[in-house]
Design a protein. Structure first.
Lengths: 588, 250
């Protein structure tokens, strides 16, 4: 039996970065807001305890803070000729779980996407004439970098991002990223102190004529009090960042930047360990009445609300739309349907340089402490003579020396025995790694839908991911990786190793938790699921917030853009939607 | 603050009910709660790890112990760099893991149908790690008995053990009971390495042997005073979550 609860103004599905931002903004508006969170309550003192937060086995290998496949798995295949099977353990990507979401255990690279991303089709046509990327399903996002600037600025100041501006109001700044779009002011904090490996990377790449700059980081270079009055501490470079909660209040997350203020509000409530099963639509299918959720005792509830915000991980947003009958599910045969469309990922490759005479102290590290070169990212370089579009940031961001997972050895080293041990000891401190994080562009055959066979513990179909790296992206990555090989040679180490990206996305080895698309934003309801304000075209009192809205993925980490989109959407709700609730903000 | 919490077991009650599970603690039956009005905080609600104490075997039989110890000592042999896998406690580590949530795959998706998958789709068999060790170690000993003069794996010479492991790794051996040699070897390798390099509280990495070998300082958590000392050795020895060997009374 379903218990019907008293109505709320707003129900939010998921209390991670976006849910917390939206909840804060809408409670400021005086609305009565409830968030339904599948995972547990989590906070620094208890759950990221300084006495045992630095436990590689528990948090990185057994992944205590992550979504467990027994709660929700997904199926995968590389193309429609294969039968999708469940990822029985998550490997290639690791969705978050609990209050704070993936923002608890991220590394903290905080980027702005470029105008040439948001206006990608127009931009490519303007620069190269029409026809570039014809084998892809690239779409404009329906927004511009100029529109997004203040939203990015707010997220960066909320989170205390440490970095160096490259372009303030059109003036190129020495030491920053010269390829970024104009920003209104510098980052709230200066860059982090550099460890040895990124310092060397900056020297080498600069001598090659490239433009290294400190990676914008949500690991704080100094103590900081954010605009909500919440204090954070300086990062200690402990080397336990990605996959871990931060015990030092030094990594930006909902816990360290919003929740201390949000949780005190009388008009906010979170219900944890409660999983939303679906949104309930009225008979017209154009209005959501609220959400149905189930708690861990198996009790089902209906929470009526005027406004429903999907703020779960992007992939879960898409699945909930499908399970709720919001919009038409994408069909790769016809190209019709908007939900599940333009699923993208990240096209990465790696390089290692082995030295005899250097000590990098790899354990002195933070998730986003490093240097980046953007000369070959996005459309920062001329693609005129090239057979691909897109690019990659090249990052030297050694995040850790945790020894279960971080034990580089030169190619050809045995995996065990005395020789393995000798090579491991020799390489542990003397290896410099860097990587490319490449764009992932949409292709017709890459999409999300519901699996016909496999179900979750409530009998609901799992999400099915059909994905492989498009040929364009493989060509892009090969070209950038050749540039990385030039860099690797220039270090003058004993030997180097290059790991290029190959066709055949493998769900087992970890690659990136940057799954994007599936409920993309745009100007045309025939090719996008949400408008530029992330409002559903089909059900206007539903907003779908997250990387699910990305029309493609750039060669950058998504969180900065996810946070900015949350503010952009919140502004639209506060300033426009609430004047005419239930109405579309953009006419179709 | 308003918080409703139905029958949330205390940590003590919960631990006593799962006395032998090492890592299952945080996946316990925490019930739904509603939080509003302030940040919730409850005394003793943190969830520290439970330290493994050597002594006795909770999963492995005596023959399995001998076999696994021999395997661990070949994967990580004792030499001038460190003690071997057996003395480091890798098998104690594994024994405790296999009676916990890891051994039972309790966090994984274990619904059927089970179908053979493509390599890109990962492990698709229904067997849990505990089942795989039970079957795999028996199959390994059966193979050496049939092919190495009637001896079980741990009765072979170190050179013969190495040769057998190399053949397992390369998939050159066909084991009984449909045990995939390569995949079973990879399972043992990754688990033994976990035990060797994990914090010593989990039973392996005795006296932080692997961390001392690498120069990994362990749980120190603050390197601000050494960040800009590029290319200079870090001066301090490792500490574990449970402290330092030097701090302990003997």
């Amino acid at each position: 039996m379903t218990t019907i609860l008293p109505r709320k103004d707003v129900v939010i599905v998921g209390l991670g970065w976006t849910g917390s931002i939206l909840a804060h903004e809408l409670t400021e508006e005086g609305l009565d807001v409830v968030a339904i969170e599948r995972g547990p309550w989590r906070d620094t003192a208890i759950d990221f305890n300084i006495g045992y937060a630095q436990d590689e086995l528990r948090y990185a290998i057994r992944r205590d803070l992550f979504l467990q496949p027994t709660v929700e798995a997904m199926t995968m295949r590389n193309n429609t000729s294969q039968t999708a099977l469940p990822m029985r353990d998550y490997g290639s990507f690791l969705p978050g779980n609990g209050v704070g979401g993936a923002g608890v255990h991220w590394n903290g690279h905080t980027w702005r996407f470029w105008d040439s991303d948001f206006r990608i089709v127009d931009h490519l046509n303007e620069r190269y004439g029409s026809g570039r990327g014809a084998d892809l399903t690239l779409q404009n996002w329906g927004i511009s970098a100029e529109e997004m600037e203040s939203a990015y600025d707010r997220f960066e100041y909320l989170a205390g991002i440490s970095g160096k501006a490259g372009n303030i109001k059109g003036q190129i700044q020495e030491g920053g990223n010269p390829f970024e779009d104009p920003r209104s002011r510098d980052y709230p904090l200066p860059p982090m102190q550099m460890t040895y490996a990124p310092t060397l990377f900056a020297e080498v790449t600069r001598s090659m004529g490239l433009h290294p700059f400190p990676t914008p980081s949500a690991n704080l270079s100094q103590d900081y009090i954010n605009p909500l009055g919440i204090a954070m501490g300086q990062c200690t470079m402990c080397g336990f960042c990605e996959r871990f909660g931060c015990a030092n209040y030094s990594k930006s997350s909902a816990q360290t930047t919003i929740l201390p203020v949000l949780m005190k509000k009388k008009n906010f409530e979170v219900r944890t360990n409660s999983e939303v099963l679906h949104l309930d639509l009225d008979v017209s299918k154009k209005h959501a009445r609220g959400v149905t959720y189930i708690d861990t005792s198996g009790q089902e509830f209906f929470q009526p609300a005027d406004l429903v915000l999907l703020c779960a991980y992007g992939l879960h947003n898409v699945r909930l739309m499908m399970l709720s009958g919001i919009g038409q599910i994408y069909d790769p045969n016809t190209g019709e349907g908007t939900v599940g469309r333009n699923y993208c990922y990240q096209t990465n490759s790696g390089a290692q340089v082995f030295f005899d005479d250097k000590n990098f102290n790899p354990f002195i590290a933070a998730g986003a402490l490093g240097q980046t070169v953007d000369d070959y990212n996005g459309d920062a370089f001329d693609h005129g003579p090239l057979d691909f579009v897109g690019g990659a940031g090249i990052n030297c961001i050694p995040t850790n020396g945790r020894p279960i997972q971080t034990r580089p050895t030169p190619p050809g080293t045995p995996r065990w025995g005395s020789q393995w041990k000798q090579a491991t000891v020799k390489a542990y401190k003397a290896t410099l790694g860097f990587s490319s994080q490449g764009s992932s562009y949409p292709a017709r055959g890459n999409y999300l839908d519901l699996d016909p066979t496999y179900t979750d513990r409530f009998g609901r179909p799992l999400l099915r991911i059909t994905f492989d790296f498009p040929d364009n992206d493989i060509r892009m990555s090969a070209w950038v990786t050749a540039k990385m090989e030039e860099i690797a040679k220039s270090f003058g180490g004993r030997q180097y190793n290059i790991s290029p990206r190959r066709k055949g996305w493998d769900s087992v080895p970890y690659q990136s938790t940057h799954n994007t698309g599936g409920a993309i934003m745009g100007a045309d309801p025939n090719t996008s699921a949400v408008n530029k304000y992330l409002q559903s075209w089909d059900v206007p009192n539903v907003f779908v917030v997250g990387a699910s809205a990305f029309a493609h993925n750039a060669g950058k980490n998504p969180t900065g853009t996810v946070g900015a989109l949350a503010y952009f959407s919140a502004d639209a709700i506060r300033q426009q939607y609430l004047r005419n609730p239930g109405q579309p903000l953009v006419s179709a | 603050m308003e918080t409703h919490c139905l029958k949330r077991p205390t940590r003590r009650q919960f631990l006593s009910s799962v006395a032998f599970t090492v890592l299952a603690a945080s996946s316990g039956p925490v019930l739904a709660r509603s939080i509003s009005g302030s940040l919730p905080w409850e005394a003793r609600s943190a969830d520290p790890p439970i330290q493994v104490r050597p002594g006795g075997w909770l999963f492995f039989t005596p023959e399995e112990v001998s076999t696994m110890e021999a395997v661990a000592d070949r994967l990580i042999p004792a030499d001038e760099l460190s003690i071997g896998g057996k003395d480091a406690g890798c098998v104690v580590y594994l024994d405790r893991q296999l009676v916990g949530s890891y051994g039972a795959s309790s966090r994984l998706y274990t619904r059927g149908p089970f179908m053979p998958g493509l390599p890109t789709q990962g492990y698709q068999a229904p067997d849990t790690p505990a089942q795989r060790y039970r079957t795999g170690l028996a199959a390994l000993n059966a193979w050496t008995r049939d092919n190495k003069g009637g001896k079980r794996f741990f009765e072979l010479s170190p050179d013969d053990q190495d040769a057998t492991l190399r053949d397992l790794e390369a998939g050159k051996i066909t084991l009984a009971d449909n045990v995939d040699a390569k995949s079973f070897f990879n399972l043992m390798l990754s688990n033994v390495m976990e035990g060797f390099f994990a914090d010593p509280i989990y039973g392996g990495n005795k006296d932080m042997a692997s961390w001392k070998m690498l120069g990994f300082p362990g749980a120190r958590y603050d390197y601000r005073d050494h960040v800009t000392k590029h290319n200079q050795p870090y001066p301090l020895p490792p500490v574990s979550i449970a402290g330092s060997t030097e701090w302990m009374t003997r």
